[in-house]
Design a protein around this ligand. Structure first.
Ligand SMILES: [Ca+2]
Length: 595
């Protein structure tokens, strides 16, 4: 039996829940055929970006239908931004345990000692496939294929339209260049259509091999940039002239007046296209007679990114108010899960790995400490003890969390919030500003009652402090950034992108360096790719004790430092261009064995 870590519950409560889990495991063991799991997670889709959540304009009939037939958890929480949610989702652990702290600057890479749900399913004989956005590391040993996925079709970085786009394929949501098990591939079609089509095709193959499948479908839509969106859907929403006045008066926080009609049309167009694909998937499950043996989960990774309709929730992506953290959660499994609200208990992304493992009858290693709980008893409506717990969320830029900076602590009734913003600078000079909300009577977080309930504030603050200390001491060097391994037989060409560099930012004028761990014992060719310039520039490459320079002619964008014997071990790799005393970083560094 797994040694799940249940936060802040009594021993007898743990015994009660283990009893329930054992009982359920026995029941599922009787079911001879193991279920398939399809986990769909969209990117930056807000809680209000669904018809079923009261949005009168957006067209999401397929997701609405799925929701109507699904077991629903209305109090399901994620992290305020992309990478933290993905780390929690894949491990069942709070992301501060995993080194995946931020979304870029080398902090969206997850420690490879982490055990992912895909690794455990793969070991248990499942076919495991990811189609879309990984965002936990693009290089060995952090790629999906290094972390339990037998099939991987992904873009790099945190989205298409970021500095990790392959040269020549910048910003292309249509016909994107994706990476199939690490190899660049020109695909045809809109990115979301490609992910779903490839996922269904691949799952068909897994079935023909007699394997149950785990399909992870994290779409990069509707994340920005918003330039390349499905044209017919965009035209429809453009015509709708989306603005505050188009929405009926609602409960909760007012609809923002500063919403941009065109941006909303683009976001809605991408979501409608996701919805069409969910419809295609549902139809495919029916046609292949898979629906009754497949659990489909639909969720999003954080709140909406732009001002717009948010079902009355407060705040957006990157905030620790509900608009940043609350996600739809629909679990569709006809014949097994009853439609309707399954439970109002608070639940979170950290619960998904233990849930999937239990449903699939996979026992995790005894020493694996998981922060989440299996949601199976809630989804099934089993009458068992479900001990009170407190969930935590924190989000910010930078390498390390700062105590009290932009966090929320939520139990069933109360939510303590310190909304100090997403910046890396930490707390403002005035310190944290604690707000307390009664989530049973004020789920829209409009009435701070901290002054009336100092004892609740103190209790939640204490729980948060204990949690912060615990997750921050998972490893001795808990928040040290991971290093990319260079020269391993597992990755023939290492491509270093601005996604993972340790720079102040990733703009064309920025500079940065990469943390690498060289294991190569023979020379390597090091290809530098830079943005073009009108003047010639001095190019410098420095890897530990190795330094090489070259004069890059005007207009040139590439140079290969051939047959370089790299110093081994952990170190910095720097490459920069100089002209008139001005230094800028390069776009890519590719390291490969000489041809
Ligand atoms: Ca996101």
């Amino acid at each position: 039996m797994a040694h799940y870590l249940f936060p802040r519950i009594t021993r007898s409560a743990i015994a009660a829940i283990f009893g329930a889990i054992l009982c359920c495991s026995a029941a599922s063991a009787q079911n001879a055929s193991r279920p398939n799991v399809v986990l769909i997670m969209t990117d930056d889709q807000g809680y209000g970006d669904l018809g079923v959540h009261g949005n009168p304009i957006i067209r999401t009939p397929s997701i609405d239908t799925l929701a109507a037939k699904a077991a629903v958890l209305p109090n399901f929480y994620v992290s305020p931004v992309c990478t933290p949610t993905r780390a929690c989702l894949m491990t069942g652990r709070y992301n501060y345990r995993t080194r995946a702290i931020d979304t870029f600057r080398g902090r969206a890479m997850m420690d490879t000692a982490e055990v992912t749900v895909a690794e455990l399913l793969q070991k248990a004989g499942f076919a495991t496939g990811i189609f879309g956005k990984w965002h936990l590391g693009d290089c060995y040993p952090m790629r999906p294929t290094d972390q339990g996925f037998s099939m991987s079709l992904v873009h790099r970085g945190g989205g298409i339209g970021q500095p990790s786009d392959p040269p020549g394929a910048e910003d292309k949501y249509t016909n994107p260049v994706l990476f199939r098990n690490g190899q660049a591939e020109q695909t045809q079609g809109y990115c979301t259509d490609v992910y779903f089509s490839e996922a269904m095709k691949w799952a068909d193959g897994a079935r023909s091999e007699g394997k149950p499948f785990f399909v992870y479908l994290p779409t990069n839509c509707p994340h920005g940039p918003f330039g390349d969106v499905p044209p017919a859907e965009y035209a429809y929403y453009k015509q709708q002239q989306i603005s505050t006045g188009k929405f009926a008066k609602q409960d909760g926080n007012p609809i923002p007046r500063n919403m941009d009609s065109d941006t909303q049309a683009r976001v809605y167009a991408m979501i409608e296209n996701v919805d069409q694909n969910v419809g295609r998937l549902m139809k495919w499950l029916e046609e292949k007679k898979l629906a009754e043996n497949t659990l489909v989960i639909f969720m999003t990774d954080n709140g909406r990114a732009t001002p717009g309709y948010n079902a009355g929730l407060r705040g957006n992506k990157s905030t620790i108010y509900e608009g940043g953290l609350r996600s739809p959660f629909f679990a569709y499994w006809p014949g097994t899960l009853r439609p309707g609200v399954a439970s109002d208990r608070i639940t979170a992304h950290i619960d998904i790995t233990p849930t999937i493992l239990q449903i699939c009858g996979v026992t995790p290693p005894a020493d694996l400490k998981v922060d989440g709980r299996s949601l199976w008893p809630l989804l099934k409506g089993l009458r068992i003890a479900w001990p009170e717990r407190t969930l935590f969320a924190q989000g910010h830029r930078g390498d390390e969390p700062v105590l009290y900076h932009n966090f929320a602590a939520r139990n069933q009734k109360w939510k303590l919030v310190s909304a100090t913003g997403f910046g890396s600078e930490g707390l403002p000079p005035s310190g944290p500003k604690f707000e307390l909300f009664d989530m049973e009577s004020d789920s829209f977080e409009q009435h701070d009652v901290s002054a009336q309930h100092p004892e609740i504030v103190a209790k939640l603050k204490g729980e948060y402090e204990a949690w912060f200390k615990d997750v921050s001491s998972t490893r001795p060097d808990n928040y040290a950034p991971p290093a990319i391994i260079v020269g391993s037989q597992h990755e023939k060409t290492t491509v270093l992108t601005r996604q993972d560099w340790r720079g102040a930012g990733w703009a064309p004028t920025d500079e940065g360096h990469w943390l690498i761990d060289v294991v190569a014992d023979s020379p390597r060719d090091i290809k530098i790719i830079a943005a073009p310039a009108d003047a010639q520039r001095k190019l410098t490459l420095r890897i530990g004790s190795l330094e090489a320079t070259f004069t890059l002619p005007a207009k040139a964008t590439e140079h290969v430092f051939a047959r370089q014997l790299l110093p081994t071990g952990k170190q910095k790799l720097e490459a920069w261009l100089e002209t008139d005393g001005q230094r800028t970083g390069v776009r890519f560094v590719e390291i490969a064995a000489p041809r």
